[in-house]
Design a protein. Sequence first.
Length: 116
Amino acid sequence: MSKVHWRRSQRTLLNSTVHTAAFELQEGERSSVNGVLHFTTVTTLLSVGSEAIGNGRAAVIDLAGVKDSDSSGLALLIEWLSIARASSRELRYQNIPAQLQQLARLSEVEELLTVS
């Protein structure tokens, strides 16, 4: 298992909340995401995850460590699926948090996240 591939902290001016997120490479084609999927963290996660997907290191991404998310987190997951398809790679999400499932349901894109 590799060390944390990426970690970022960002302070928002409105409420001084610090959001962090990490993309971690696991064994084989597995990876995981931990922390908060928020507009302040998804930009770097996008590039790190995209590279892992393109290199075949993220066929399965475990989201059990995601503590919170906003709509940008959902957009990130959809973009990773698009990148995987464009690279002719398979991508599946495991342990999708209820909050992200609800956002996907409300946005009528839930089936995108659950298709294997």
